[in-house]
Design a protein around this ligand. Sequence first.
Ligand SMILES: *[C@@H]1O[C@H](CO)[C@@H](O)[C@H](O)[C@H]1NC(C)=O
Ligand SMILES: *[C@@H]1O[C@H](CO)[C@@H](O)[C@H](O)[C@H]1NC(C)=O
Length: 353
Amino acid sequence: MSSPALQAAIFAAGAVVGGGITALIASKRQRPADVPGTLPSSTPALSTVPPPLLELGSRGNAQITSAASIAPLAATVLKYGNPGPIADLIVRKAYVAAYDRRLRHPAWTAEHLTLASLGKSALLPPSPTEEAGDRNKSSFVEDQSIPVPFQAKLQDYFRSGYDRGHMVPAADAKFSQDAMNETFLLSNIAPQVGEGFNRHYWAYLEEWCRRLTSSFADVYVFTVPLYLPHRDPDGKWRVTHEVIGSPPNVAVPTHFAKVILTSKPSSPSRPDILELATGAFVLPNAPIPDDTPLEKFAMPVDAVERAAGLTLFSEAVKSASKHICKSTRCEVIVRRFDDAKKRPEMRRAISAP
Ligand SMILES: *[C@@H]1O[C@H](CO)[C@@H](O)[C@H](O)[C@H]1NC(C)=O
Ligand SMILES: *[C@@H]1O[C@H](CO)[C@@H](O)[C@H](O)[C@H]1NC(C)=O
C-alpha cells in the first residue's frame, strides 16, 4: 500500500486537473460527428481549426510548419503574437519525449525496451564493442534544438546540490554510442536528489524496468516528473518546489513517476493474442531507504495521468490489462557497492561545467 499522505496528494492534484479532462471527454462524446465541415458555418468554433502540423527538424525537434496551416480565424488573432507550443516533441534513437519549456526538463519520456534493444538477445549477435555505448564516452550537453531562452544549462545544475538525473537511463541506450549520447542531452535530464534516490532507489527501479524484458517480449516505459501538492498546517494544499540556477531556471520536481506497460503472447499456441500488464510507481524526489518495498509506491495509472495532465493509455488498454505486480514480482534489487563505478558521471557532476 502506498502512504496515505502521498495518495492524498496525488488525488488532490487529480481533482484539480481531472474536472477539465472529464469535461473534455464528455464534450467529445456529445459531438455528433468528428467529420470536418458538419458544423454549421455560422458557428466557426476553434475545434474546427485543423491541428497545427508538426514537422520534425533535423535535430529531432518538432516545429509548427507554417501559419498557413492554421485556419484563417487563428491566423488573424495570432497575427502579431503566437505563443507557440509549451513543449517540444523530441524524437531520438532510443526514445521519444516532450520537453517542458517552462520547467526546463522533460514533461515525459517514452521508451520501448526489448532484450534486443538492450543488447541481450540470444538471437542477435552482440554488437561490436566499438559501436556499443559506454557511458564513460558520453558527457552532459545542453540541447541546442531547444530555443535558447528555454534551455536547461549545465551552469544551472553546477553546485545545485542535485544530480543531473536521466529520465531515459543511459543504460537503456547501450546499443550505440550515438543513442547513449542523446540520453545525456539536458532535455532528458531533471534535478534529482543524488544520495538515496538517483544513485540508489531510482536506479534500482530503472534496473527493474530493464529486467522486465526477460519476462515480457515488449516493455514500454514512461517517465514523468510530477509536482504534487502537500497539505499545509492551515489545511490548504500547496505545491512548493525549488528552482535551480542563477537566475533560477530549472524546476525541481517533487516526485517522479515510472509508468510501465508490458506485453507478451498469452500462450505459445496463440502468439497473436497479447497479454497486457500496466503499473505506475510514484516516488518522492528524496532519499528512499533501500529496504522500502517497490509496491509501496504503486499508484493507479489514472492518478498519474491526472496529476501530470497526460493521457498515457486508452480506456481499452487499461481495461484489458492486469496489474504488473500480478504478472511479475515488483521487487527491486539493491546495489549499494558498484554504483559509483557504473555511474562515473555522478562524480564528475561536482566538477566545473
Ligand atoms: C569508466 O571509467 C572508470 C574510471 O573513470 C573506470 O573505472 C571504468 O572501468 C570505466 N568503465 C568502462 C566500461 O570502461
Ligand atoms: C559522444 O559524446 C562524446 C562526448 O560528448 C563525444 O566525444 C563523442 O564523439 C560522441 N560520440 C558519438 C558517437 O556521438
